[in-house]
Design a protein around this ligand. Structure first.
Ligand SMILES: Cc1cc2nc3c(=O)[nH]c(=O)nc-3n(C[C@H](O)[C@H](O)[C@H](O)COP(=O)(O)OP(=O)(O)OC[C@H]3O[C@@H](n4cnc5c(N)ncnc54)[C@H](O)[C@@H]3O)c2cc1C
Length: 398
């Protein structure tokens, strides 16, 4: 015997949990499965020490599905995005440009939250929704579709029949592979270190991205940690250098990161474990198949620049949700899924390409390329309408 539901979500990462809350809140019967139970504490093995900067449109979606009320108190606002070019001979700023959210709206650009805390609050929200059945410890194994429904085999041997399968099962998405949808992948030989720091100089709600070589070094504001100003750091470097940094003793690592940060916040102190993430760009050839929608990293992966990854994922979710609510009787049918693909594919391809270019510019080792990057930043910044358009595009409102 197989169970039935409206929507089977494969994957309970942040995107999958969010999708479960959004569809459940809208009244659909949802089953969400993930073989890896979420880690919901900061200082334990396996916790995700990355943070997510939710940009304005993402925050509106979280609010609409009852999640924001749980997150608001833990969020650090991002008022200014500061881009620093430190590509000269010495590790010091040579160009500093501020993009202030006040130039385009009365709200901050976004709000930063730790991923482990997001998982904790999202799982708690799902427990409040009768319409959602979250099953950590169980994964999807197989997918068989017909025009009228999908049949999904689960790792506990059971089967679920659903009108729509949402693949939120990550960059190697088993559901995408089962549907035979290909991907285009670009590799950089680059990894990101993600961790938290404290520092003597306040961040004043400024997110700072420092470019030198190997990739950006980004400090994103967090609420104070143990009474000291704190930031989340994403430090991108070529793979071997990232491995060396990971292996350094804490005192040596702190000296290296303070130098890489150009000392902008004073001496940096490590305030968490260091975690390592491989960096790629990837986009799926199609965002939908029969009875299947791909969202988040199952659909697109980008290097962590400009806080685009999960924010693109929530734009996928917003689009899918609007289509489902507008015509509930057509949930998961071809008309809905073609409309989803058509509505999202251009934005996805544009952002994957744009972030790929920004990452390659940030990785530049050769001095002439680093100088060209600095000139490009200066030129873009000096034109006020271009600057405003870039800020709006970054937010995803254009
Ligand atoms: C260092 C770093 C910093 C980042 N910072 C930001 C940021 O500030 N803002 C932003 O918007 N984005 C950011 N991102 C991107 C963001 O973290 C990702 O987009 C997001 O975590 C991906 O979420 P996901 O749910 O798609 O994938 P994942 O987190 O990979 O989740 C996929 C889930 O699917 C599950 N799964 C696998 N197989 C199965 C199966 N057979 N059945 C069911 N489930 C399965 C996995 O267990 C996993 O839990 C960052 C990324 C990195 C690397």
């Amino acid at each position: 015997m197989s169970e039935t539901c409206d929507i089977l979500i494969s994957g309970g990462g942040i995107a999958g949990l969010c999708a479960a809350a959004a569809f459940g809140h809208a009244g659909f019967r949802v089953i969400c499965v993930d073989p890896a139970p979420p880690v919901t504490e900061r200082d334990v093995d396996g916790s995700d020490l990355r943070t997510t900067a939710f940009l304005q449109p993402a925050q509106e979606l979280l609010e609409a599905c009852g999640l924001w009320a749980r997150l608001d108190n833990h969020a650090a606002p991002l008022q200014v995005m500061r881009i620093v070019d430190a590509g000269g001979d010495a590790a010091e700023p040579r160009i500093v440009k501020d993009f202030d959210a006040a130039d385009i709206s009365g709200k901050p650009f976004g709000w930063n939250l730790p991923n482990w805390l997001l998982r904790r609050e999202m799982v708690a929200r799902l427990a409040e929704l009768d319409s959602v059945d979250f099953r950590p410890g169980t994964g999807t194994d197989s997918l068989f579709t017909r025009e009228a429904e999908a049949r999904v085999g689960l790792s506990d041997g059971s089967r679920v029949r659903a009108r729509l399968v949402v693949a939120a099962d990550g960059r190697n998405s088993p559901m995408r592979q089962a549907a035979g949808i290909g991907v285009h992948t670009m590799r950089y030989g680059q990894k990101a270190l993600a961790f938290a720091v404290t520092h003597p100089i306040a961040h004043d709600n400024v997110s700072t991205e420092i470019h030198r070589s190997g990739g950006p070094f980004t400090l994103v504001p967090l609420p104070d940690w143990q009474g000291r100003p704190s930031s989340a750091v994403v430090w991108m470097e070529r793979g071997p250098r990232a491995m060396e940094l990971l292996a350094l003793e804490p005192a040596e690592f702190e000296a290296a990161m303070t130098e890489r940060s150009c000392g902008l916040f004073g001496p940096l102190t490590l305030a968490s474990r260091r975690t390592l993430w491989p960096i790629i760009s990837q986009s799926a050839d199609r965002l939908s198949g029969e009875r299947l929608a791909l969202i988040a990293e199952a659909a697109h992966v980008v290097p962590p620049i400009g806080a685009q990854g999960l924010n693109m994922s929530l734009r996928d979710l917003r689009c899918l949700l609007d289509l489902a609510v507008a015509r509930p009787g057509g949930l998961g049918d071809r008309q809905m899924l073609d409309a989803y693909h058509d509505a999202r594919i251009r934005d996805v391809k544009l952002r994957v390409k744009g972030i790929d270019l920004l990452n390659r510019a940030s990785m530049a080792e050769a001095r002439p390329l680093r100088d060209a990057r600095a000139m490009g930043l200066n030129a873009l910044y000096s034109l006020a309408p271009v600057r405003r358009t870039l800020m709006q595009m970054g937010l995803g409102v254009r």
